[in-house]
Design a protein around this ligand. Structure first.
Ligand SMILES: Nc1ncnc2c1ncn2[C@@H]1O[C@H](COP(=O)(O)OP(=O)(O)OP(=O)(O)O)[C@@H](O)[C@H]1O
Length: 604
């Protein structure tokens, strides 16, 4: 993790993110951004113009008090009309700017959310399993609202700087020392502000993992998916207590900084007021002595007051802009994460049909966050048209093996060949298209029955015939007949009118996904565990029939299913201990026989 302590230099450096940021904003709404800039430019000139016209009006009034000049009077009313017009314009511009900011902000938020999802879609499975990565993803995601605010902050900053330019020009024309007095009065407040922002940022970074935990607790504490278990185990209190302990700590840490900040802020504001009144006294003295007109007095006092508040706003906004820019680093850092599993420079097309099969050559694999080998010394070939079953106790490495086969991970040692070429040489998209996998923890999409099946090959989502056929092949079609909405029935409980399915029913729906694509290799990683013995037998019998001429890998703990395979691999602690047909393995009297006998006993 990067150092959570930031200093002024880091802040300035973070501003370098702004051009890339504005490029993104520009991409999400060109016309809106251009209009916004023009509006803000006009708005920037108005405070100066108002003060200036005000000065002219007062001087004219004073002049009229002394001489009754009809021409001067009509000029006075023109000035008043101009000031009124300026006030109206200012109001109109403010509203238009707020509207543009809001609309542009919404577009930008949508645009970046899409970019985050697109990028996340490219990343590797093991990157999602890494906590540091998750923190980055979380920060990138979380600050969507912050980035929208940053957008209008930067725009306002530029606008205010232009206004300062106008006002300062007027002030300098009168007395440049007033500007220096102004800066001296404001600087301490700025430094204090920036110090406390650094503290807040460091705190919020330190708290990211805990915030994730809080979100998680909030989720398991109150969600449709968790309610059943939480109730039965009476876990509610446990979760609430954990949530409270964490959130109280959060609160105390933030409170400490907020109090310190408020005390110092008051002191610094006092300094600012001293500076202002010093200048005010000076201007009054000059007016009394006759060096300035009353109009000039109001103009200068007004300019000084507005400059002070503008500069304070600009300086404190600088800390929040740079703060936002630092958060932007997190955002851009997320986009810098590159998937390790990538296409070769000149990728090979997936062989169609496969000639020699998949060969594991001394393949070993360790998960990034683990020291243990999940698979080791894997040596075997999966031949074309062969049905292979994987058997082993929990944690033996069966799922890992199939994830390697589908190239969700690359081996840590050894290699996997497909028709004599390393799997890494093939086009990834092509590979994924030709391999169909249904995992034990397949997703239960809170979508319609039909969409749940189409998920297996989303390009064919409108191909009703294919969807019906796949459902019938996995025996999910009987279920559709019973649902009130048929194939268009919403599944799950999250959305209105959704119907929840039983575990086994969900599994049949998931298996239908495997039939949606014409894959050359189909992997079923135990998606049948919730089916009753007869249903599982039927599902696999059909599966074997329907995938004739194709390669398949099956994982199941039921031997009635396993024995349907042409060959069986027995895994133990990640390594292959036996390999052969059901009969060969039984004849051997080894681990397979032992597991087989155990299960037989269970059925007696
Ligand atoms: N994402 C992961 N990160 C770290 N370790 C993991 C991960 N997934 C699995 N493992 C570890 O790798 C080993 C093999 O797990 P795998 O899921 O391949 O076993 P399995 O044979 O499929 O088990 P089961 O029959 O319970 O599904 C286990 O020790 C497990 O703890």
């Amino acid at each position: 993790m990067t150092n959570p302590n930031v200093n002024f230099k880091d802040r300035l450096r973070a501003l370098r993110n702004l051009p890339a940021f504005f490029k993104l904003v520009w991409a999400s709404g060109r016309a809106m951004m251009a209009i916004n800039i023009v509006l803000r430019f006009f708005k920037a000139a108005i405070p100066f113009l108002l003060l200036f016209v005000g000065k002219l009006i007062i001087d004219r009034v004073v002049h009229l008090n002394q001489t009754h000049d009809a021409f001067a009077e009509s000029y006075l009313w023109k000035l008043v009309a101009a000031e009124f017009a300026l006030a109206l314009l200012s109001d109109g511009l403010s509203r238009a700017i707020t509207l543009m900011d809001g609309l542009l902000g919404d577009r930008f938020a949508n645009h970046t959310s899409v970019r985050i999802m697109e990028h996340a879609g490219l990343l590797d499975l093991d990157q999602f399993e890494d906590a540091t990565f998750y923190d980055k993803l979380e920060r990138a995601r979380q600050q969507t609202a912050g980035r929208t605010i940053l957008l209008s902050q930067v725009m306002s900053q530029v606008q205010d700087l232009i206004t300062v330019g106008f006002l300062a020009a007027g002030l300098i024309a009168f007395n440049p020392w007033l500007i220096i007095l102004l800066i001296v009065a404001i600087l301490p407040a700025f430094l204090g502000e920036s110090y406390f922002n650094d503290q807040t940022y460091a705190l919020s970074r330190r708290q990211t993992p805990q915030r994730r935990e809080l979100d998680y607790l909030r989720y398991i504490g109150a969600s449709d998916e968790t309610a059943k278990e939480i109730k039965m185990f009476s876990l509610s209190r446990f979760i609430i207590d954990r949530f409270k302990a964490l959130s109280d700590k959060f609160y105390l840490d933030s409170k400490r900084i907020a109090i310190k900040r408020s005390i110092w802020g008051t002191l610094f504001a006092l300094l600012g007021s001293l500076g202002y009144y010093g200048a005010y006294v000076f201007i009054i003295q000059q007016t009394v002595s006759g060096a300035l007109s009353i109009g000039e007095l109001t103009f200068l006092a007004g300019s000084f007051r507005q400059l002070r508040s503008l500069l304070e706003t600009i300086l404190s906004r600088f800390t929040s802009v740079s703060q936002g820019a630092i958060y932007l680093s997190d955002f851009f850092d997320f986009f810098k994460i590159r998937p390790r599993i990538q296409n070769a420079d000149r990728p090979l097309p997936f062989p169609d049909p496969i000639q020699q099969g998949f060969t594991f050559e001394n393949v070993g694999f360790k998960y990034t966050n683990s020291e243990r080998w999940a698979n080791r010394h894997l040596h075997f070939t999966l031949h074309p048209t062969e049905k292979l079953a994987l058997v082993g106790e929990n944690g033996a490495g069966k799922s890992t093996l199939v994830k390697l086969l589908a190239r969700l991970y690359d081996p840590s040692e050894g290699r996997i060949l497909l028709d004599g070429h390393d799997l890494r040489e093939y086009d990834l998209n092509d590979l994924r298209k030709h391999i169909g996998v249904i995992f034990q923890d397949f997703l239960r999409y809170q979508m319609t029955f039909s969409q749940n099946i189409a998920a297996g090959n989303i390009d064919e989502q409108t191909n009703k015939e294919l969807i019906y056929r796949s459902a019938s092949q996995s025996m999910a079609d009987e279920l559709a007949g019973k649902l009130p909405g048929g194939y268009e029935q919403m599944l799950g409980r999250r959305f209105a009118e959704g119907v929840e399915l039983s575990g086994g029913e969900w599994q049949k729906v998931a298996i239908a996904r495997a039939y949606m694509r014409d894959a050359q290799l189909v992997i079923l990683d135990e998606p049948t565990s919730a089916l009753d013995a007869r249903a599982e037998f039927q599902v696999f019998e059909r599966f074997t029939e329907l995938t004739q001429g194709k390669m398949a890998v099956l994982i199941s703990h039921r031997f009635s299913t396993v024995r349907m395979a042409d060959r069986i691999i027995v895994l133990d602690k990640g390594e292959i201990t036996e390999i052969g047909t059901h009969e060969e393995l039984l004849a051997k009297g080894g681990r397979y026989t032992e597991l087989f006998e155990l299960q037989k006993m269970g059925y007696q």
